[in-house]
Design a protein around this ligand. Structure first.
Ligand SMILES: [Zn+2]
Length: 322
């Protein structure tokens, strides 16, 4: 039997890329979901894959996106929560702001799809003990907002210790918290967050064992613009290293893996947007085929259920109250 691996797509919309990049015009929430959703669904259908789409709440409250989001659910893919406003500084939100952020997204998505989200991925892999606490209170089963790299934990530590409202006592407490909490950012393998009585399965976005460089599809496509052979070799090596180290893979797709500059001229500045869409899809198909030879590909919910059944390491999340 092949080991399990999961596949998900973060449905970042055109406006969220423009917002991050500081481009004017994002405030009217320009969308490409009507193009990228049918295209990605067709691609997955041809390969008989059922995955998880992480969707932004802001998109689910706008009429022009509802048809596309309904198509995802009708095709039996899992719907996950990707926050409401898609701001990569979620770890700076208060508990109340987080609860509102999650509730609005859950409602909007449930209205369209009938699915209650049980999984979360933070925008820009942002996470904090408070985010985990709110997820546990809202009965989430899993989180997949950690990306084990060498850079991200340092950036986050900076934010944690810079918060101006913190008293000295709180700061000391946070330092201890951060010790335990940050352990999670190092792990390539799934584990559990223990939050009071509740627990959440954490499935890190897989990076290359030892080197911790990204292995999601966009990065491999980017490499392919220099050399297809290089990109293929990198990908095969990554799969093999994960297999050898017993690291379960959770692979990530993005809308730009299914789009070219012609589809979204505003995003032409992104890597590999000059590739014609047929070439891109052909290459994504190729790396997924290599992936499927070694692993059984499932959605995030199934991956989390499998992980929960195994005995895995637990990290205790101390919340502000405790
Ligand atoms: Zn995103």
């Amino acid at each position: 039997m092949k080991p399990i691996a999961s596949l998900s797509l973060d449905l970042d919309n055109k406006w969220s890329y423009m917002k991050t990049h500081g481009d004017a015009g994002w405030e009217s929430f320009p969308t490409y979901l009507d193009v990228v959703v049918p295209r990605s669904l067709e691609f997955l259908r041809e390969r008989n894959l059922k995955i998880t789409y992480f969707i932004v709440g802001q998109d689910a409250v706008r009429d022009e996106n509802k048809e596309a989001i309904a198509q995802i659910s009708n095709a039996n893919h899992e719907i996950g929560n990707h926050s409401f406003k898609h701001e990569p500084w979620l770890h700076l939100y208060s508990k109340e702001e987080l609860a509102e952020e999650f509730e609005k997204t859950e409602k909007a998505l449930e209205n369209i799809t009938g699915q209650r989200t049980i999984g979360f991925r933070g925008p820009g892999y942002s996470l904090s003990p408070t985010v985990l606490e709110v997820l546990a209170e809202r009965n989430y089963e899993y989180d997949c907002s950690t990306l084990p790299t060498y850079i991200a934990p340092l950036a986050r530590a900076y934010y944690f210790f810079k918060s101006p409202e913190m008293t000295e006592e709180e700061r000391e407490k946070r330092k201890k918290l951060f010790g335990k909490f940050s352990d999670g950012f190092q792990s390539l393998k799934p584990y559990k967050w223990q939050i009071g009585e509740k627990s959440l399965v954490e499935i890190p976005v897989t990076t290359l064992p030892f080197f911790k460089t990204p292995i999601h599809a966009s990065y491999v496509i980017y490499l392919s613009t220099f050399s297809k052979t290089l990109a293929r070799t990198y990908w095969k090596t990554a799969i093999e290293m994960c297999r050898m180290t017993g690291t379960p893979i959770s692979l990530l797709l993005h809308p730009l893996d299914f789009l070219s500059g012609e589809d979204a001229p505003e995003l032409k500045f992104f890597p590999a947007m000059n590739l014609p869409v047929e070439k891109k899809l052909e290459f994504v198909g190729e790396i997924l085929e290599i992936f499927a030879e070694k692993f059984e590909i499932v959605n995030m919910r199934q991956h989390a259920e499998t992980v929960r059944r195994e005995s895995i390491k637990s990290l205790i999340v101390e919340t502000a109250k405790s």
